[in-house]
Design a binder for this molecule. Sequence first.
Ligand code: BMA
Length: 341
Amino acid sequence: MSNVKMLNCPPVPNVPWQEKPEGFKGAPVWRYTENPIVGRNPVEGVARIFNSAVMPFEDGFIGVFRGEQTNGRPYVYLGRSKDAIHWDFDKEKVPFVNEKGEPFMPLYAYDPRLVKVEDTYYIIWCGDFYGASIGVATTKDFKTFTRIENPFIPFNRNAVLFPRKIHGNYMMMSRPSDSGHTPFGDIFISESPDMIYWGRHRHVMSPNDKWWQSVKVGGGAAPIETTEGWLLFYHGVSGTCNGFVYSIGGAILDIDNPSIVKYRCENFLLTPEEWYEERGFVPNVCFPCATIHDPESGKIALYYGCADSYVGLAFTEIDSVVDYIKTNSCVNDNDTEIGIR
Ligand code: BMA
């Protein structure tokens, strides 16, 4: 086994954890035995919580959760936890304001990500800007949430911010789309000096000939910086006669030029197999949105939405997952080029 290290991330000795089951085979990502960790009707007025992002905060954990209201419209809710497994959710939606401090609520908001860069937390979601587009807000205290005016034009989803600047710029992956259930999807990356103006767009990766990721791919959890490059958990989608199937994939991006994919695993790391992944509002969906990871032990807890109905938790270890991705890598020219045309 190699000795891969996570870089530039604080220790999280209380990362949630369960040992790999005896005799476990296949990709080294195993599910929490008590999944799902968030069940149906978790908050008054919210039917389902899924596709959500969490991170350490103060002496516990905090998260932004996609809550599907009973009127069918998704919104972002805040949750807090002592152990990152049992969550208390706010009854009210996250109260976004504009730069003047006035209420500025999106029409809807879904698939939130939560990333800390330097001393600021960024909440990123998919919302409406005359069609599906990317919303961003900042907070330092999880009390005031200030939106940055529409950073990208529609149609776009699955924006994932890197946890540090590269060459002095913020880096954000995104997946241009249509305004519906997009039947295509490639990951691109953009740079910004200030989180307001974005440019130098580059291609990162496209669907490939491995059927589980042959229709679309989209960023998942914020990448983890490692001695091998940026470890990215993403979703890959297959089209079947009964609709899309969402699996979790793994790739390693170049540390200085993350539009270059160094390794990309040909096998999925996790695919719908359990009842809570196969059965729900949208069956057969495993949708990764966040990790909590501890550089000292190498433990990674991966949070993913299940069947658009529940939150699931899975575990892996930095060196075994990086080894698995490298050993089963299938990069092509489209992955390894810098992504400029
Ligand atoms: C995508 C997004 C996700 C969802 C998935 C499966 O387009 O809307 O929120 O989990 O479809 O329904």
